[in-house]
Design a protein around this ligand. Sequence first.
Ligand code: CS2
Length: 490
Amino acid sequence: MTLAHTSRLTRHALPSLSRHLLSAAWHEPRIGIVHIGIGNFHRAHQALYTEEAMIAAGGEWGICGVTLQGDVTKRDALTAQDSLYSVVERGPEGERVTVVRALSEVLAMPHDRAVLFARLADPHVRIVSLTVTEKGYCRDTRTGNVDFAHPDIAHDLAHPATPKTVPGILVAALRARRGNPFTVLSCDNLAHNGAALRQVVASFARALDPALADWIAAEVAFPSTMVDRIVPATTDADRASAAAAHGYGDAAPVPCEPFRQWVIEDRFPLGRPAWELAGAQLVDDVTPFEMAKLRMLNGTHSTMAYLSMLAGIDTVDAAIADPQLHRLIHAMMTLDIAPTLRVPASFDVLAYRDALLTRYANPALKHRCAQIAMDGSQKIPPRLVAPIAERIEANLPFDRLALAVAAWMRFLRGRRDDGTSYEIHDPLAERLHGLAVSAGENNRALMEALLDVREVFPAALAQSEPLRRALLDALTALQRGTREAIAAYA
Ligand code: CS2
């Protein structure tokens, strides 16, 4: 079934969609949340929790979704279907299609700037949440402040009334909300995401108005969160599944796995949806959960992604079906990562590991390694570099983690073992690819050039003899063949 032959999903269709709604009872909520970064992840995660919270406990928490990429195609596609969309949960037992109503409108910056700022100024908007990926924070990882060398940040400091970036938008909006600020909720995979975002925003504000910066740092709540759900990119198969299930054309459905988890620090001065009634865990400190997730899940995801890109394996389920790669990932979680976690005694790390291995094996999801491999310069510091630094500090082995980082280095050459090429997507792509290509087959040159990238490796760590030795060994093993290297390290 194609979009051309079916009528489009709209709110008029809701009465005939009861089998695909979480509940028949529904009131159209006022907008209470502005969400920046209206990609697939938000729509399969926070938006669903918010809808379930409103079903269970009411509340006016409609979501205004914003894309910063000027993506009018996405805005127009969702607007044409009254901001409704289908979530296609794919598990080993089959699929389930749910139509989500919590999204009230979609805006595309910079076109809809005036509407966006009207929403952000509305006292009824009590939460501004974000899924903008690591690079959206424009953060200087060396200092934790905003990256003043970033051209868009320079633009926003020179033109604070017409910002393009997340820090620029938040500071302009918070200035208008002095006395009654919204809560800012980061939902990205950054360590201490709330505190990290607060520092980025406050350092940006300080360059414009120190008093505003002091007020932001002291008075605005930036709770941290750990978010988890595997959400691949949409394909035509998802459009076909949605249309086959409910009979309406949906140009923007979201595929995802059945599992989901959300752990949130409970600091919302102006209130929040009753997310706990949708299964979210409200806690005082998310650090242990966030660290476990970033290292066990995201760390092994990146490891599988880079090794698979080199070996020519396309999806995560195919990667984990490979017995040697399975052994490697199992050992990495058990021996290298789990001991670095500081989790409460009640947290069963080995059960967490086993659940992850089962999630990776989901044959219905087709999560592409190329998607996970994107933006490595932003992703590997908290996922792989931080645990390596801790293992070195504690004089413990970290060979498998080093293999993962070496695979990223070799991946940057843009060629699989069989010689076929692929594109590198990363904010530093040009520079990193240039460094990797210039090094040719000289492993030491490749390692030296990339260890000098300060956005990824702190200076002190880059000097570490054990790290250099482990990386060189791993690069040498990879040069002989990725599959052989995996077997040798498994
Ligand atoms: C993945 C994450 O693309 C990636 O880098 O590791 O998107 C991962 O699927 C999610 O964090 C799972 O919650």
